[in-house]
Write a protein that binds this ligand. Structure first.
Ligand code: ZN
Length: 286
């Protein structure tokens, strides 16, 4: 019975699908569909948008596939996305795998609609993911200066609470949007009890905020379903997961977005258009 009442609460509520197209880690050797060049990124984004994505979360790469934080590359990508995916929400990564320290915010002056923002430190598979307070404060202030809405990446419960505190203190531009990230090795595992607690903490303490969730690897589809069933938004894409299942690589970013869109249909949730997603997130119209 609980499930029925929950479903009636969320039925008809649009779900925002974010496509994390490239990231810093996967290479062509892992999956040839990972878009590396800006031209590949634009083509892959276009197909993902056709499949239902309304946010494109992007990193840029060098020609040898290593991560880059070059603002010129971000500028070319932004221009291409605006031309070929009109209206789509452009979200740049300020994550620590793409550059060190202050380099991570060098592209914010391009005024993307959104940028990812980590507000605390944690472990990653082979190292510490360092987000010291002065760097976090600077990235947040740059986002305010350039009217960029952060998507706070919560790798741990403390990050979720820190995001709420920073927003309450007026340090985050725009509406509060938090993403729960689960399944990064050595950080928060994919755990339904923790997920439910995250949702509860968002609903009770930041009822005007919006939230989404992402799972890494084989857990991508698992967390997609949890988020959609719980009334949140969700992320898919080759950055987080290069496989459809144990036997098959994902043929494209669009294929991973399509899987999430199918889950939206299962829970009676329309996939948000870019214009609807902009309204939900309080972003400027395209
Ligand atoms: Zn990313």
């Amino acid at each position: 019975m609980k499930r029925c009442s929950l479903m009636s609460d969320i039925a008809g509520k649009p779900c925002i699908l974010c496509c994390a197209i490239t990231g810093s880690v996967p290479r062509k050797a892992d999956n040839p569909a990972v878009p590396i060049s800006v031209a590949e990124q634009i083509e892959s984004s276009h197909a993902a948008v056709e499949a239902g994505a309304s946010i494109i979360h992007a990193h840029v790469r060098n020609d040898d596939e290593t991560p880059s934080s070059d603002p010129d590359k971000f500028a070319v990508l932004k221009e291409g996305l605006e031309k070929h995916c009109p209206g789509v929400i452009i979200q740049f990564s300020t994550g620590g795998r793409s550059g060190a320290g202050w380099e991570r915010g060098g592209m914010l002056s391009l005024k993307p609609d959104m940028a990812s923002l980590s507000v605390g430190s944690n472990n990653f598979p082979t190292r510490v993911y360092e987000n010291p307070p002065d760097l976090v404060a600077w990235l947040a202030s740059e986002m305010q200066e350039f009217s960029v809405t952060p998507e706070v990446e919560a790798f741990d419960l403390s990050h979720l609470l820190q995001a709420q505190a920073m927003h309450a203190q007026g340090k985050l531009f725009g509406k509060l949007y938090v993403q729960f990230v689960m399944g990064v090795k050595n950080a928060m595992p994919v755990d339904k009890e923790v997920f439910d607690f995250y949702v509860q903490i968002m609903q009770s303490r930041a009822p005007d905020a919006a939230w989404c969730a992402a799972g890494i690897g084989a857990a991508q589809i698992v967390v997609n379903e949890w988020a959609i069933a719980a009334g949140g938004h969700t992320r898919a894409g080759l950055e987080d997961n290069v496989r459809l299942n144990k036997a098959a690589l994902a043929p494209s970013n669009a294929a991973l977005i399509s899987r999430a869109a199918d889950l939206c249909a299962k829970y009676d949730r329309p996939v948000a258009s870019p214009a609807e997603a902009r309204a939900i997130l309080g972003l400027r119209p395209a």
